[in-house]
Design a protein around this ligand. Sequence first.
Ligand SMILES: *Cc1c(COP(=O)(O)O)cnc(C)c1O
Length: 242
Amino acid sequence: MEKFIPDEKRLQSVQDNYKAIKEKVEESAIKAGRNPEDVRLMAVTKTVESVYINRVLDMGADLIGENRVQEFLGKKDELHLDGVEKHLIGHLQTNKVKQIVGEVDMIESVDSLHLAKEINRVSLNKGVITKVLVEVNVGKEDSKSGVYIEQLDELLYQISELEAVKVSGLMTIPPICDSEKEISDYFSSMYQSFIDIKGKNIDNVNMDILSMGMSGDFEAAVANGSNIVRVGSAIFGARKYF
Ligand SMILES: *Cc1c(COP(=O)(O)O)cnc(C)c1O
């Protein structure tokens, strides 16, 4: 393999961006009358080479999100992951479950009972409990995975029966919106469902985490109750797909 030479300028800009985004997330929380400590910043590391990821980890980033199983497994040994929480945030195919269970702290992208059952089966085999979020397709877009809000209750009750899967909350990617008002409406309907479900106290289902908000919309997400914002390009720069 060719030796990878990191770009010093990019390293510096990753460092500057991370610091700036961290501050903006805190400011958004304060502006919303929330405790900044209640909102976690996830560095989304898909397509990013390990050396740039390590820069933010060395600055204290304690949560990363990867989309692809193969990519994460390929990079993880190079990453400074001591004390860092790792979440899978991309669509997960059942045939990849075997490889990822036990390797990440949470799977944020559970969108069917079928997938949850496979995670349960593999978790039982490996003797672990896997924390998951249920992904909601809040804008009912054909192009996105996730369940509709109307289907959430039923799926949560079904997953709650699986002994080695523990639901910890909800995740969503809203549609691309033209206005601040439109995006806020999506986030606020997610928050409402989150609170409604929490109030139902379903056995084996926790509603602790509401993962929403990305580079372009994390401020609106924080204003509407998000407690994990998943930020990629605003930290690492525009993604290049190889
Ligand atoms: C890529 C990705 C993000 C981050 O997106 P940016 O716009 O680059 O911040 C967040 N969540 C998921 C599920 C993603 O796939």
